[in-house]
Design a protein around this ligand. Sequence first.
Ligand code: NAD
Ligand code: MG
Length: 399
Amino acid sequence: MSRFQRVAILGATGSIGESTLDVIARHPDQLAVYALSAHSRIERLAEQAAACRAAVVVVPDEAARARFQAVWPAGRTAPEIRVGAQALADTAADAGCDTVMAAIVGAAGLPAALAAAQSGKRVLLANKEALVAAGGLFMQAVRDHGAELLPIDSEHNAIFQCLPQGTRAGAPTEPAKGVRRLLLTASGGPFRRLDPQDLHDVTPDQACAHPNWSMGRKISVDSASMLNKGLEVIEAHWLFAMPADRIEVLIHPQSVVHSMVEYDDGSVLAQLGQPDMRTPIAYGLGFPDRLASGVGPLDLARCGRLDFETPDLERFPCLGLAFAALRSGQGACIALNAANEVAVEAFLSGRLRYTWIPKVITAALEWQQRQSSVTLNSLADVLALDAETRAFAGNLGLA
Ligand code: NAD
Ligand code: MG
């Protein structure tokens, strides 16, 4: 391991945040926590901060600050408590940390992830929505400020590991030499075999019951609809400078092959492992070295077989919508992501049928196409279109 790293974990109380803390705790000689942030589970944040001795915590508002203080153990020195979205971005850029784990869910995580890139940090990017909404801006910031970008999404981490040596750091401007295609694998989620007629009545708990991965509720719904894979196609486009027609999605129900890179000579390299996010997280933290992650051996004999199939775009319309948005441009990608966030939130809170998620996205994409074209050169431009799309989608009468 080259250097000791002090890590800020944005979204510490989430699924990725918890796994990141688990890996860091295994390597006290190489890794320490500098800052943690949370949006809602403030009591859990206090437990985490006490356990890892964070110097800083970031909470959304004054009420959350009071909750944090109320549960902080008496007699122990409390961390510095920072409040609000600006504090989140400031902490990502803070000289106190070398590495930022961007694990907030949704476009809400974009400003802080961008701030980390703009301050030249090692950025461990789990927050795929940031790249979907502002891929061009984000990758340019990585280049301009010499940040080190390591993909944490398991598929992109797999691809990163399978790309040729020497083309892996930072933000490429063209596809790696000799690479023909990227093959993104997808589990197909809990509804891969469900009768399409039954989709209408599925509940949030059914949608969140992912067969292989344990994740936050928003990404679990996205996995069921395969919009998650669509977001990942857009993410792969930006991370690896790869055109849409050289990115293929394959359903692989076992989630053992995390993704593949196909070369011009016909070679296909794959990264395999148990479906446990601690593997890509440890890879990002340790890069270029390997760190123990707590993930055990892969028992392929027990797996027995690995299956692959082409996704059915009628069953998974969201995947087709994401490809269409990528081909259409950045405005469409912002609209796709924002409309999906509104629709998934409405579904999770019982205000929208599952089958209406693609309908809300389609309406938002059509709405976005009718808008006079806007420039999307800055974070403010991106956030403005994101907010307008949310207003549009919210007005669709989601009840
Ligand atoms: P999660 O819902 O479990 O956790 C989200 C975290 O973000 C929590 O700490 C929450 O407090 C915080 N947060 C939520 N809304 C916020 C807001 N408006 N402002 C600031 N903080 C906010 O989500 P997760 O499953 O850990 O996913 C996090 C990100 O990582 C997502 O972008 C997801 O797509 C990506 N990702 C997750 C997995 C996984 O296995 N969980 C895999 C690949 C990629
Ligand atoms: Mg993924």
